[in-house]
Design a protein around this ligand. Structure first.
Ligand code: VGL
Ligand code: ZN
Length: 196
């Protein structure tokens, strides 16, 4: 079954959103176009409670972009984004969601961030995505979405670790920082992700 996972294509990561990825909106049309080639389409949603640890607003004397240490892990502080059941966490109106079989929610625990669609950043709590795919005997997955240097990267790397043949469609991804995106693409490639 030809399977596509769309990572975090949500209003807050698009133009006008609180954590807009530069040119993020440019991937919507190409994604809508390729969706038709897939038998199974899944989307992840960044899905934070208001008191989420990754929001700079929840820390005194900290600002957006600062890095704090949470239980030994570096945590970048972000603007408030993708708050559960808010417009910012919705899919953009232009995205074709008619074929979505499942939405996977991540980042819903207040005290830990989750860049990957498979596991939280401590690799502790699973989202259920891996079991879901394995229960359908899927072994090969394509990925598109946002952001190349964060959630898309960590999702693709976990996909490889979970044993899936993993491809990223590079004309359907955008990232936050140009240099970090280059590093992310190199890291994905070196760890077994096929970039097409
Ligand atoms: C993301 C930063 C914070 C992403 C999510 O989807 O790449 N980035 N939360
Ligand atoms: Zn987030």
């Amino acid at each position: 079954m030809k399977t596509l996972v769309i990572v975090d294509v949500q209003n807050d990561f698009l133009k006008g959103g609180s954590l807009a990825v530069p040119k993020g909106e440019k991937i919507i049309k190409p994604i809508n176009k390729i969706i038709k080639q897939y038998d199974l389409v899944i989307a992840t949603k960044d899905w934070h409670p208001k008191n989420h640890i990754s929001f700079a607003s929840n820390h005194t004397d900290k600002k957006i972009g600062d890095i704090i240490n949470v239980n030994g892990l570096d945590q970048v502080l972000w603007p408030d984004h993708c708050i559960q059941n808010s417009f910012g966490s919705d899919f953009p109106e232009q995205l074709d969601i008619s074929k979505l079989a499942k939405v996977v929610y991540k980042g819903s625990d207040a005290d830990i961030d989750s860049y990957s669609g498979f596991y939280d950043n401590a690799n502790f709590r699973s989202t259920g995505l891996s079991d879901y795919l394995k229960s359908k005997n899927i072994n090969k997955i394509d990925y598109v979405g946002l952001a190349t240097d964060y959630c898309l990267k960590y999702t693709a790397l976990d996909s490889v670790s979970e044993g899936f043949k993993t491809r990223v469609l590079i004309n359907c991804i955008k990232g936050i920082d140009e240099k970090d995106c280059k590093l992310a693409l190199n890291e994905m490639k070196s760890k077994g992700v096929e970039l097409i």
